[in-house]
Design a protein around this ligand. Structure first.
Ligand SMILES: Cc1cc2nc3c(=O)[nH]c(=O)nc-3n(C[C@H](O)[C@H](O)[C@H](O)COP(=O)(O)OP(=O)(O)OC[C@H]3O[C@@H](n4cnc5c(N)ncnc54)[C@H](O)[C@@H]3O)c2cc1C
Length: 382
């Protein structure tokens, strides 16, 4: 760690490292990323890794499209695999209004240059023969979707920045931040103080606590999300091709193949648990919250109707951890209100998907003073 940098990013998850990568590629290589544990040891390491192109906003679609592109290219640039699995994905429409919605998103993705197709229930079965599609009207097929191993993709992005001279300080806790009379920031850590012209709060679930250090109330709340990993399922093991990721609105679930079993991730619509509202212990790393299957049961029953072989599957693991949310569900990317050269890159509910794009456009903003897309819906001052 030197005494002074052009910019310091606090937080080594998908969001902070996405920015780290892009700042270095925009030409700011005199930068430091500070992480209190290992890279990814917050929420990123345990993510299911799904990276969807499907999104109902034109500018956010451009953000999402940045991730599969970067995850595909990283290995050639860094020599590290980004753990990218280009399986494609299908979202199911069960009602006429969902069909209308899919047509709208299909048109929008065409504009962005992302391939997508509306496909019939029989075509859905060609891609995923284990589904029950009796109530499905249409599928939204995005062949270039996929999933990444989030630790691999984040570490590959970090290497991409480090190769250009950017630095990482691991096992370093930021304990305070002070604005100095000359307008620079003093970042106080348990290993000493560092000065920077720009600072970035990319602290994930800790973003509100980091914000408190400078009197900034960061509008983020964390909510627990869980997914199940099944034991091997013979019908899955028999398939000699990768299954696409499925999004099922009836069960409020996503499904993807995991080796010879499945990952089933329900978003319960009642009883979701808040996390860390009274503060989170700074010492937690690679931490999982205790599973709570009761809140998932109604959704798992519907999941078993969608994929009948899931009904008989044993549960190998439940992964349960916090996801950051903002009041309008959009992440926070841009200047903090009223704080000069204090930036935010946090609050993503799907940060493995959004980290590369958020990093790309925030780096443009910090380095060039503007972004090539309209980022009003991401601006923390909205
Ligand atoms: C079960 C589950 C499944 C998920 N599945 C998906 C998925 O399929 N696709 C997807 O896109 N997203 C998924 N997500 C969401 C995704 O994990 C998060 O959106 C993403 O990891 C957020 O990244 P982040 O960088 O904002 O936060 P984090 O990964 O939490 O990174 C923040 C980092 O900041 C560090 N930090 C905090 N305070 C300090 C400090 N004072 N000093 C130094 N370091 C500090 C922390 O240690 C942490 O490593 C899932 C989440 C969960 C819980």
């Amino acid at each position: 760690m030197k005494e002074e940098y052009q910019a310091i990013i606090v937080g080594g998850g998908a969001m902070g490292v996405g920015l780290f990568y892009h700042l270095a590629h925009e030409g700011w290589t005199d930068i430091l990323l500070i992480e209190k544990g290992e890279l990814t040891s917050g929420s990123t390491w345990h993510a299911a890794g799904l990276v969807p192109h499907f999104i109902g906003s034109l500018n956010m679609a451009k953000v999402h499209a940045a991730a599969p592109k970067l995850y595909t290219e990283l290995e050639e640039e860094t020599g590290l695999s980004a753990g990218w699995h280009p399986t494609g994905a299908i979202r199911l429409a069960l009602s006429d209004s969902e069909v209308d919605w899919f047509r709208y998103v299909n048109g929008m993705l065409n504009l962005v240059g992302v391939e997508s197709h509306l496909i019939s229930p029989n075509e859905i079965l060609d891609h995923h023969p284990l589904l029950d599609v009796s109530d499905v009207k249409l599928g939204f097929w995005t062949p270039n979707d996929g999933w990444s191993d989030p630790s691999s993709s984040t570490n590959a992005m970090a290497k991409g920045a480090r190769q250009l001279g950017a630095e990482v300080a691991r096992h370093t806790l930021v304990t305070d931040m002070n604005l100095l009379p000359d307008g620079k920031w003093e970042v106080v850590t348990d290993k000493g103080s560092v000065i920077a012209e720009h600072v970035v709060n990319a602290a994930g679930c800790y973003a509100p606590q980091l914000g408190e250090m400078v009197g900034y109330e960061v509008p983020i709340v964390s909510v627990i999300h869980q997914y199940l990993v099944t034991e091997a399922i013979p019908e899955v093991a028999k398939l000699d091709f990768d299954l696409p990721v499925i999004r099922d609105p009836r069960a409020s679930c996503y499904y993807r193949r995991e080796i010879d079993g499945l990952i089933v991730g329900p978003y319960e619509r009642e009883g979701a648990e808040l996390y860390g509202v009274d503060g989170i212990d700074w010492d937690l790393h690679f931490y999982l919250t205790p599973p709570n299957h009761d809140v998932l049961l109604p959704w798992l029953e519907l999941a078993a109707k969608r994929i009948p072989v899931f009904a008989e599957a044993g549960i190998h693991t439940t992964v349960s951890g916090p996801i950051t949310h903002t009041p309008d569900s959009g992440y926070l990317m841009g200047p903090a209100p009223g704080l000069k050269n204090y930036w935010v890159c946090a609050g993503a509910s799907i940060g493995v998907t959004q980290g590369p794009g958020a990093g790309k456009y925030l780096a443009q903003w910090m380095v060039h003073g503007q972004t090539e897309i309209n980022v009003a819906e991401m601006d923390p001052r909205r």
